[in-house]
Design a protein around this ligand. Structure first.
Ligand code: SAM
Ligand code: SF4
Length: 323
């Protein structure tokens, strides 16, 4: 078992397969961003599989592939297949912006991905273009339809809550998700990098009570083991989750660590503590030595982020971290 210094069990790895993306969501990547990692420093597929295997041996049972946009990495289907075959992995999921889902949905499912998280902040093509700088809403919606028909166990829609931008679309988004059996998740914007900070963050707390009353929602538990608090209809036909790192964090129950595309093990989304895995992977370290280093690093996992207390602390953007 992988246990941190605060006694939290770490059983969930989020691994970024690329820091590149075909969108430029304003809360994630600055429009002019081009400080990408060079390909020589990207983890190879065999290094990614090796890292996953070491973490599984340490007690991790769930892996999420993310980015950047994971589906822009070439031959991503082959990687997903290799990770999906690892013994001891109970849950393989993927986060995507959905632009390439039409092409990849069935391959992902066949490779063992059972749960998808898809970013969708607006249903308006004009707003989508404004927020992401690409006219791609149609591709995302088409991809979501293909994914739904393919038979994923669970599809979650991630909507970053920016009330001045998409607040008036909440009812439309609820309807969209209800009709398709998608779980909606509202996320408070986190101050990661300057572009996210400039947008500010609005608390979801008032909305939780309002939605509970308006739709007669009750507490729900939804698969995924993440920090979201869920409400839903009594017949369980619809659930909505609230990810509230700013207004009410769940750090005491944190169960995850992240690995970037360059093999940097981030111990906390909102802190800078990390361990570089690449030099060990490429320097001939055996698995047990890497495992020991990971175990030692996890012991130092910070108790919590400091997004409120110290919002300038994290300069790296979400796409580089592996969100
Ligand atoms: N490209 C994929 C996507 O968009 O789902 C995966 C990577 S993206 C970084 C993962 C998640 O992080 C998305 O749901 C996105 O909305 C979220 N995200 C990015 N920047 C954020 C921020 N500053 N605050 C909160 N969530 C953020
Ligand atoms: Fe790309 Fe996802 Fe970041 Fe949007 S949130 S810019 S889709 S990595």
């Amino acid at each position: 078992m992988l246990i941190d210094g605060c006694g939290r069990r770490i059983d969930y790895l989020r691994l970024s397969v690329t820091d590149r993306c075909d969108l430029r969501c304003a809360y994630c990547m600055p429009p002019e961003f081009d400080s990408y990692e060079i390909p020589d420093n990207w983890l190879s597929f065999s290094e990614i599989v090796r890292i996953c295997r070491i973490f599984i041996d340490l007690g991790v049972s769930r892996v999420r592939l993310t980015g950047g946009e994971p589906l822009v990495r070439s031959r991503i289907g082959d990687l997903v297949q290799d990770v999906g075959q690892l013994p001891g992995l109970n849950d393989l999921s993927l986060s995507t912006n959905g632009t390439r889902l039409t092409q990849f949905a069935s391959k992902l499912l066949a490779s063992g991905v059972t749960r998808l998280n898809v970013s969708l902040d607006t249903l308006s093509p004009v707003r989508f273009l404004t927020l992401t700088r690409r006219d791609a809403l149609h591709d995302v919606l088409a991809g979501l339809e293909v994914a739904r028909e393919s038979g994923f166990r669970l599809i979650k829609i991630n909507m970053v809550w920016l009330p001045e931008f998409n607040g008036d679309e909440l009812d439309a988004m609820i309807k969209y998700c209800m009709e398709r059996n998608f779980v909606l998740r509202l996320i408070e914007n986190m101050p990661m990098g300057d572009s996210a900070r400039q947008l500010g963050s609005s608390s979801l707390q008032p909305l939780i009570g309002q939605l509970r009353e308006r739709f007669h929602l009750v507490d729900h538990i939804v698969a995924g083991g993440g920090p979201a608090r869920y409400l839903g209809t009594p017949d369980r036909s619809f659930s909505v989750g609230f990810i509230t790192p700013m207004s009410q964090h769940f750090c005491e129950a944190c169960n995850r660590v992240r690995v970037s595309v360059t093999g940097r093990l981030h111990l906390c989304l909102g802190q800078n503590d990390h361990l570089e895995l690449l030099p060990m992977l490429r320097g001939g370290s055996p698995d047990h030595e890497i495992a020991n280093q990971i175990r030692a690093a996890v012991m130092q996992k910070p108790l919590s982020h400091e997004f409120q207390k110290n919002p300038m602390k994290v300069v790296r953007i979400m796409a580089s971290t592996g969100g």
